[in-house]
Design a protein around this ligand. Structure first.
Ligand code: C5P
Length: 222
């Protein structure tokens, strides 16, 4: 029997990973946060002061980068060359730069390849921007998540301030619209809704309602 791939795409801070994590737990699927992989590459590039137009240096970095996910009951850890960078990749510093790094062709090529390997054998839930369009065009189920810009900014602001990061609502809004713009206008696999994706607008839905909505669709296709 073929493994089940559940692809969840959408704009920044729509709550994709929250739903994806809950689904993975419920279904006993592996959860893969593809954005965390682009964030880890970004962290590496920033730490090594690599210029984004230096193709050789970027390729060398990609050859050196090894990303692992360690599933834990409460939180999946992400390792960059063995180092736990789960928190380091969530700062505004990384968020402000990640879309520029993600738009680089060689970066996408390397990450998409790794993501496809992860989804070859096991049942997975993967969230991102191009999972249903590029990484797994044959996914068993594709969800495209949306939420109003105001709600998305409020959620991200609450998340960052809860972690003690000093940001203003304006900065958060600016970062979200900046990323959305780059993500949806880049040449290489831009963010767009796959033709066969099902839209989940969660502006007015709580977590249980979102979960129930997707679980129902999964069961129809299992
Ligand atoms: O999902 P998250 O917001 O953590 O992703 C961070 C950034 O990584 C996105 O803004 C986007 O630029 C990039 N990304 C991507 N393709 C994916 C997942 C994330 O380009 N599949």
């Amino acid at each position: 029997k073929k493994n089940f791939v559940l692809a969840i795409d959408g704009f920044s801070s729509c709550g994709k990973s929250t739903v994806a994590k809950a689904l993975a737990k419920q279904l006993n699927f592996v959860f893969v946060d593809s954005g965390a992989m682009y964030r880890a590459v970004t962290l590496y590039v920033q730490r090594h002061n690599i210029a984004l137009d230096d193709e050789d240096a970027i390729q060398k970095a990609l050859d050196d980068i090894h990303i692992d996910f360690i599933p834990n009951p409460d939180k999946t850890q992400i390792l960059l060359n063995g180092e736990d960078v789960s928190d380091a990749i969530r700062t505004m510093e990384v968020s402000d730069y990640v879309s520029e790094v993600s738009a680089i062709k060689s970066v996408r090529k390397a990450m998409v390849h790794q993501q496809q390997q992860l989804g070859k054998k096991r049942d997975i839930v993967m969230d991102g921007r191009d999972i249903g369009t590029t990484v797994f065009p044959d996914a068993a189920l594709k969800i495209f998540m949306t939420a109003s810009p105001q709600i998305r900014a409020e959620r991200r602001y609450a998340e960052l301030t809860a972690k003690g990061e000093l940001v203003t609502m304006e900065e958060v809004k600016e970062n979200l619209s900046h990323r959305d713009h780059i993500d949806s206008t880049r040449e290489e696999s831009p963010l767009r809704q796959a033709e066969d994706a099902i839209v989940l607008d969660n502006s007015d839905l709580n977590q249980e309602e979102q979960l129930a909505f997707v679980l129902d669709l999964v069961k129809q296709r299992l």
